[in-house]
Design a protein around this ligand. Structure first.
Ligand code: GLC
Ligand code: CA
Length: 537
């Protein structure tokens, strides 16, 4: 039995014990009836977030943007889109959040700007424009075709022809998202200054978008075809992005950006990674620890909901963490279907139990605390540019981006206008107001769980030990600190299981169950898909 003793548990940084909560700003709360969420809407709901118990809010991009990729196409890195508010409203959000002890994390999109960014507009005016080299331009092959076989993460060629200057430009995502040239020191400077602009205003950190694409191999050679069964093939790619992702110089830029964060006190540096396995996360921590504080770990999010699989991933991760490196887990975000749908609704509370009791920083996605499921969006109403390109059977990312469900009033209290994406049909029953009134709701389950995590050192920074041999389909672990001993047991299966804990304790008692059962003693019964958190005597 291996115990993971946590490193340096006495001088924890604020983010090591924090619960993060992602807001997709278009969908959280509209305050002016245009059907799109905004900053004032977030301000209006801060007390809800305090009551939920989270510590830090990460807000997806709120900068000026033509919204080709809903804000991940930035047209000005140092301002607020009028649709979301203005700088004064943003400063108020910061003040109001800080007054409530909530941190604000913004989203930094360094790999590409919008094609409407003044830098790109200049860059495309002529081959000798001083901003030409801020983006990645190449000549066509003699037959007029793109310079190489690189493809966009959203499918189709990564090159778009620009007739006026007779060259192709590179875009790892949409043609509306031209890649910046991070080999140009002026770009690096300008982008670092954009970070400073917000950090100086008091922003508590950034989640950095799509970092893996930041630098491309200098040779611009073709990518090789994918190996059958490989990670990239499973992602639907025809070519392995050998020369387009995770180049060594990219890690160097993670370190350089980190230095900008270090010019300020107590800021958190979070990265969106895209690694093949947990081992791939390690270089993002830096050597030693001069990279990301939180390199997002998506490995459980892409796993099957099986006890053995989850165990194997968690253990592999803990086993290779660099000294002082802190783990983290993510189960949902604006790019992936809701876990209540992916893992089956019967498991959604167990996912929360796991996420909030593992050793590692949890990031929640808005609405998961209500057990929200994917919302089916008919093709005619799809708006996600990636989703629109997808075959009939797939749905893109709209299903996990629908409006937050606040109450049973029209449009779930999200907007008095026409919501930009349809509200789920079930909102009259499934909403914040109705769940607050129901002691056994998913929302109250989350509130209790977050409260337990915050108040018990064993849960946020206690030693971690897997407990073996309790039975099939079960995953169990102990968390211990300051003489306090807790045990978590998840039943992944659809059979009732009884566990005997007499070798571990003389008497245990339930602190929280996904099914709100209450038991005590040394044997415990778990219903199908039930998970329990116990205090060991
Ligand atoms: C990231 C974002 C995603 C966006 C893409 C391009 O993966 O999470 O929403 O479409 O980068 O910026
Ligand atoms: Ca609005």
């Amino acid at each position: 039995m291996k115990t993971y003793h946590l490193h340096g548990t006495h001088n924890l940084k604020w983010w090591q014990t924090a619960v993060f909560y992602q807001i997709y700003p278009r969908s959280f709360q509209d305050s002016n009836g245009d059907g799109i969420g905004d900053l004032q809407g977030i301000i209006n709901r801060l007390d809800y977030l305090v009551d939920l118990g989270i510590n830090a809010i990460w807000i997806s991009p709120i900068f000026p943007s033509p919204m080709a990729d809903f804000g991940y196409d930035v047209a000005d890195y140092c301002d607020i889109h009028p649709m979301f508010g203005d700088l004064a409203t943003f400063d108020r959000l910061l003040d109001e959040a800080h007054a409530r002890n909530l941190k604000i994390i913004l989203d930094f999109v360094p790999n590409h700007s919008s094609n409407q960014h003044p830098w790109f507009l200049e860059s495309r005016t002529s081959r000798d424009n001083p901003k030409r080299d801020w983006y990645i331009w190449r000549d066509a092959k003699p037959d007029g075709s793109p310079p190489n076989n690189w493809i966009s993460m959203f499918g189709g060629p990564a090159w778009t022809w620009d007739a006026p200057t007779g060259q192709y430009y590179l875009h790892s995502f949409l043609p509306e998202q031209p890649d910046l040239n991070w080999r140009n020191p002026d770009v690096v400077n300008a982008m670092h200054n954009a970070l400073r602009f917000w950090l100086q205003r008091g922003v508590d950190g950034f989640r950095v978008d799509a970092i893996l694409c930041l630098i491309k191999h200098e040779s611009f050679q073709d990518n090789p075809p994918v190996t059958p069964g490989s990670y990239w093939e499973r992602w639907g790619h025809q070519f392995e992005p050998r020369y387009t992702v995770e180049q060594p110089e990219m890690f160097e830029h993670v370190r350089l950006m980190r230095r900008v964060f270090d010019e300020f006190e107590e800021r958190v540096h979070i990265g969106e990674t895209g690694t093949v396995d947990v081992a791939g996360l390690i270089p993002y921590y830096g050597r030693p620890l001069d990279g990301y504080d939180i390199p997002f770990n998506f490995k459980l999010l892409h796993a099957n909901w099986h006890a053995a699989t989850v165990r194997q991933i968690v253990e592999a991760y803990y086993d290779i963490l660099p000294a002082g490196g802190w783990p983290n887990f993510v189960f949902g975000n604006h790019d992936i279907h809701r876990f209540a749908t992916r893992y089956g609704y019967q498991n959604h509370r167990s996912v929360a139990m796991l996420l909030l009791t593992l050793w590692g920083i949890p990031t929640l996605y808005y609405g998961d605390e209500l057990g929200l499921e994917d919302v089916f969006i008919p093709l005619a109403q799809r708006v996600d540019p990636w989703g629109i390109k997808m075959p009939e059977g797939d749905f893109g990312r709209d299903p996990e981006r629908t409006p937050m469900q606040w109450d049973s009033s029209p449009n779930a209290g999200f907007t008095s206008g026409q919501p930009w994406l349809p509200v789920a049909n079930d909102y009259a029953q499934r909403n914040v107001a109705s769940q607050l009134a129901d002691a056994h709701s998913t929302l109250n389950f989350y509130k209790t769980l977050i409260q337990l995590r915050r108040s018990r050192p064993a849960l946020h920074n206690g030693a971690f030990t897997f407990v073996d041999g309790l039975g099939d389909d079960l995953l169990a672990y102990r968390r211990e600190a300051d003489g306090q001993r807790l045990l978590v047991c998840l039943n992944f299966g659809d059979q009732t299981r009884t566990i005997d804990l007499s070798h571990l304790t003389s008497r245990a008692a339930t602190l929280l169950s996904t099914h709100f059962t209450q038991q005590s003693g040394t044997t415990f019964m778990l219903q199908p898909h039930e998970s329990i958190l116990l205090q060991l005597g």
